[in-house]
Structure formats: structure tokens, C-alpha cells
Design a protein around this ligand. Structure first.
Ligand code: ADP
Ligand code: ASP
Ligand code: MG
Length: 419
């Protein structure tokens, strides 16, 4: 029997009517002859509420109990979805992660899959069950504790099941009708793409496009899962939405395919550090040990300093990291200074920044993308604070208040509204 994985995100199961609407889509696929594995998220807002309850109860919470609480939203929707399908005469049952079992590492809050044994679910399909409804986002650690996969993790559950059960396709049903050139909530000119390459989606997701969790794209790429994003609120067929696929399947060769942004960035500058071999490791070593994910880095040109504190050349170092890691970063640097491992005159934290990135596999063969990007931002008087590049992306850090303007300007400059 051919098998499909269908994943419904939070808005798509946000109330009982929406669960019924999603169940009707599942039933249609069963009538077309598919066995279906449905992966559900928690109802929209539920996970945030659960996270809030944990933080209020215990600010420095035990991550194992965080996962026990935060994973529970998905249990509710899995059960409700199975019940709704049964009401529609579709043989269905629900599975929590531990029942499958979805085996993961014990990295609570960001666990990774170890294995998904098929036997239990396969046996039920063999007995006539048509739909297995599986709670997304959760798993079971080797110690027998409940784990979660990180925010947005139900996408990754869906792709992992598609790989494990060799599904014909993994359909991600959400509140937009596909993947756009940029977030359609930020730019009304955003254009829906028919196809996007794995590498491009991987960059967009890791640079802030929340439409797919980054690890879901990684897994789809590794196991060659046909991954599609489409609307749960519209009538859909095999041609709907956006297919995430291998580069070879794509004809378009624009330099830039999409624009991503992230408001969750902060910029930290250390003024007047010594300019000597080993200074970068003296700064970034303690940050890494403290679990700070440093992203962009710039070091100023060295200058001679003649004051009484410094004998050699000095410089400044700037880096960016996720905004919720600023306190940890500050402490790690202050501790390193107190221990005499680094010296700096001043540490300045700027949390009013945003990262805007242009992404495209076409960049490998098109020259002048960076110049065009900087030109478009200059024309809007937007100052660039930090720049990073890779083979298929260019990111800039700018004042957060200009983020939307920058996205619009870049969308226009690269002609993304036109096919
Ligand atoms: P779900 O709850 O279904 O998992 P998410 O909120 O996680 O949905 O992801 C869908 C959202 O992703 C959309 O509502 C949209 O605002 C946002 N988004 C960001 N970038 C893009 C993009 N390039 N294309 C489509 N949607 C995007
Ligand atoms: N409910 C989880 C979250 O909000 C997982 C998901 O929706 O993918 O992050
Ligand atoms: Mg999501």
C-alpha cells in the first residue's frame, strides 16, 4: 500500500473545526488508496503557554520536566485527530512518541532522532488501520524520559517518519499555501515558488524563515524525501504548494531565490582588545564553552594604542549571537576578563538589530550579488553593521527598525516578484 505522511501545524489544528477540516483532507487521501501517517502539532499558542508555565514555576528549570510539560500539547491534538477520523469512519489510532517508540538522544529541548522502529505501526496497518496519528515534536531518551526536538520540531518528526516508512511524499500543511520568496506576512510582493532546492531551503530556514524547521530540511535532503509545503485551508491536489527538491529538478537560475530575516539577534562589541595571536580563541573559546552560538564576526583594523593600559596594538571585536544568549555571553566574557584571560575597555550590547539574508544557488554562477545588495540598502540609507557570506548566501546585520524596509528593497532589487 502506498503511504503518505501529512503534517498539520498549530494553526491547522487550532480548534475542533480546524481538526475536522484537517481530518477531511486525510480521509480524502485514504479514499485515494493511501495509508497515512498524520503528524500533528499542538494547537496554536499551546506550546507557548506551556513554556510560560514552566518558566514561571521554575526559572532555572530541569530540562527533563520542561520536556514532560511542553510535549503535552501534541498529545491532545493526536487523540482528538484520531477521534475525529473515527467519527468519519476512518480506522485510526493515536501514538505518543514513547509508544512508537521514537528513540532520540537525551539532549532535552533539542533532541535528535536515533531510530524509529516501524514494527508497532506496521502491524496496525496490517490489521486494517488506515491512519496512524503521531504526536509531533516529542520522543523518548535512552534513559526512558520524554524529550522534545526544539521549536517547530513537528516538521522534523514528519520528515523522519517519511524516511523511516519510505513514504511517497511528506506533505506539510500550514497556514500559507507554499514557500514564498520571503515571508508573505512581511512583503505583499512575496511570490510563491513552485519548487525550491534543498540547499536553498536549508539556508532560508537556518537564517530565520520559520516555515520549516532547519533539521527537517537537513533530514529530507539526506534521505531524499519528497517534501512539500501547502495550505490546510484551501482545496489542494498533487500540484499544490511548493516542492522542496534536488537542485537538478529546478530550471530557474536566478542569482537570488529568497530573502530571510531574523529579529532574534544581538550584537556584542568588545572595545580595545589586544591585537595578538590567540586573541580570537581567548574570546570565542569561553563563549563556546558557555554554549553561546556565535554567528557573524568582524574584527576592526588594528591600531597602535599608547595609553598606560596597553603596550602593543589594539583592536575591537564585534560578533552576533541569538538575543536570548546575551546574558550568558556577557557573563562568559566578564569571567574571562576577571580571570585575566582577555582584556577589554568596554563591552557594548546592541539588541536592536536584525539579520537580513539573500539566498540563492544561482549565486555560485552570478557575479555582483553582494554589490547589488549593498547598493539597494544604501539607496534606502540603511547602514550595514556586520556582513557574512557563504557560497549561496549573504547576510547583513542592520538596525531592527529598518528590517521590513530592507526586505522590501532587496525583494525589488533582485526582481523576486517576477517569475
Ligand atoms: P505551522 O504552525 O504550520 O508549523 P509556522 O508558523 O511554523 O506554521 O510556519 C508558517 C509561517 O512561516 C507562515 O505563516 C509565514 O509567516 C512564515 N514564513 C516565513 N518565511 C516564509 C516563506 N519564505 N514562505 C512562506 N512562509 C514563511
Ligand atoms: N508545538 C511545537 C512548537 O510550537 C512544535 C511544532 O509546532 O512544530 O514549537
Ligand atoms: Mg512550524
Amino acid at each position: 500500500m502506498p503511504l503518505l505522511v501529512m503534517k498539520f501545524g498549530g494553526t491547522s489544528v487550532g480548534d475542533l473545526d480546524r481538526i475536522a477540516n484537517a481530518a477531511a483532507k486525510v480521509k480524502r487521501e485514504v479514499e485515494r488508496g493511501y495509508d497515512v501517517i498524520v503528524i500533528v502539532s499542538a494547537m496554536s499558542g499551546k506550546t507557548n503557554e506551556l513554556v510560560g508555565w514552566v518558566e514561571k514555576t521554575s526559572p532555572l528549570y530541569d530540562a527533563r520536566e520542561y520536556d514532560a510539560v511542553v510535549s503535552s500539547g501534541e498529545n491532545i491534538t493526536a487523540g482528538l485527530m484520531a477521534l475525529r477520523l473515527q467519527e468519519m469512519d476512518v480506522p485510526a489510532r493515536s501514538w505518543q512518541g514513547w509508544q512508537v517508540p521514537i528513540n532520540t538522544t537525551s539532549a532535552h529541548g533539542s533532541a535528535r532522532f536515533l531510530s524509529i522502529p516501524r514494527a508497532n505501526i506496521d502491524q496496525k496497518f496490517a490489521e486494517g488501520m488506515k491512519v496512524a496519528v503521531v504526536a509531533g515534536f516529542q520522543g523518548l531518551s535512552p534513559e526512558g524520559r520524554i524529550t522534545t526536538l526544539g521549536r517547530g520540531g513537528s516538521d522534523t518528526t514528519a520528515v523522519a517518519f517519511a524516511a523511516a516508512f519510505e513514504a511517497e511524499r511528506c506533505d506539510i500543511y500550514t497556514d500559507v499555501d507554499g514557500i514564498y520568496t520571503t515571508d508573505p506576512r512581511v512583503s505583499s510582493k512575496a511570490r510563491k515558488l513552485d519548487k525550491i532546492a534543498f540547499e536553498e531551503m536549508l539556508e532560508l530556514a537556518s537564517l530565520g524563515a520559520k516555515v520549516l524547521q532547519t533539521r527537517s530540511v537537513e533530514l529530507a535532503m539526506r534521505y531524499n524525501v519528497r517534501l512539500r509545503v501547502l495550505s490546510s485551508f484551501e482545496d489542494t491536489d498533487e500540484t499544490s504548494g511548493t516542492l522542496v527538491c534536488a537542485e537538478e529538478e529546478i530550471m530557474e537560475s536566478k542569482a537570488v531565490s529568497g530573502i530571510a530575516f531574523s529579529r532574534e539577534e544581538a550584537k556584542i562589541t568588545l572595545f580595545t582588545i589586544e591585537d595578538r595571536p590567540g586573541i580570537a580563541t581567548a574570546i570565542f573559546g569561553p563563549l563556546a564553552e558557555a554554549g553561546v552560538n556565535v554567528d557573524m564576526i568582524v574584527q576592526n583594523i588594528s591600531e597602535k594604542d599608547y595609553d598606560e593600559h596597553h603596550t602593543g596594538a589594539v583592536t575591537d571585536m564585534t560578533f552576533s549571537c541569538p538575543i536570548n544568549q546575551v546574558a550568558r555571553a556577557e557573563k562568559a566574557l566578564e569571567d574571562a576578563r576577571a580571570a585575566g584571560k582577555i582584556r577589554y575597555d568596554e563591552l557594548i550590547i546592541d539588541t536592536d538589530v536584525a539579520k537580513v539574508s539573500v539566498v540563492g544557488i544561482g549565486m555560485r554562477s552570478h557575479a555582483g550579488v553582494a554589490a547589488k545588495m549593498f547598493n539597494a540598502l544604501a539607496a534606502e540609507n540603511i547602514n550595514i553593521k556586520v556582513i557574512t557570506t557563504s557560497e549561496i548566501k549573504i547576510s547583513v546585520l542592520i538596525d531592527r527598525k529598518y528590517m521590513e524596509l530592507a526586505v522590501q528593497a532587496l525583494h525589488d532589487a533582485f526582481g523576486l516578484d517576477k517569475a
